[in-house]
Design a protein around this ligand. Structure first.
Ligand SMILES: Cc1cc2nc3c(=O)[nH]c(=O)nc-3n(C[C@H](O)[C@H](O)[C@H](O)COP(=O)(O)O)c2cc1C
Length: 160
């Protein structure tokens, strides 16, 4: 049987809820990507050009540190990676995560929550940070309330 990991970053709990439903439905392990320095409410203010999130998203090379590592990443055949959309992209910490492991040969599937935006160029940007011989699968923007049945249909379509 293939072994799956659902890894996610969630600044305010929305993606966390979705990640839990995906992990339960896929019977996967669950890993929270926790920033070494947690984001405060002020850090998340997108209306403020000098807030931490604005500064990071304006810097393509920003790589916020993660507080812990996935044990034995090599045991997983597939990794779901979830995040909120920030400025039509994934938060930079997702690039930190992708650049921290060898994903060669693994299925990588993204998923996101947002206020309404789709994934845009997110996957193209993230792919550049992932091992080139990973099997990348452009994922979906989903509502945090997506029910287990809808998730199951999506997993069946992915066939992993
Ligand atoms: C810094 C920042 C930038 C955001 N940019 C967008 C955006 O471009 N499009 C959008 O639809 N929502 C945007 N949002 C809203 C989040 O994507 C949305 O609230 C998400 O579900 C939050 O997930 P979380 O609770 O897991 O952090 C942004 C939120 C923040 C904090």
């Amino acid at each position: 049987m293939s072994k799956i990991l659902t890894a996610y970053f969630s600044a305010s709990g929305t993606t966390k809820k979705l990640a839990k439903t995906i992990a339960e439905t896929a019977k996967s392990d669950l890993f929270e990507i926790v920033p070494e320095i947690p984001y405060t409410n002020d850090d998340l203010k997108w209306t403020n050009k000098s807030s931490r999130s604005s500064v990071e998203m304006n810097d393509k090379n920003s790589r916020p540190k993660i507080s812990s590592k996935v044990e034995n990443m090599e045991q997983y055949d597939s990794v779901f990676i979830g995040f909120p959309i920030w400025w039509y992209e994934a938060p930079r910490i997702i690039q930190t995560f992708l650049e921290s492991y060898d994903f060669s040969g693994k299925n990588i599937v993204t998923f996101a929550t947002s206020g309404g935006s789709g994934m845009g160029k997110t996957n193209n940007i993230l792919k550049l940070s992932c091992s080139p011989d990973a099997k990348w699968c452009d994922g979906k923007r989903l509502s945090s309330n997506t029910d287990a049945n809808t998730i199951k249909n999506w997993l069946d379509e992915l066939n992993i």
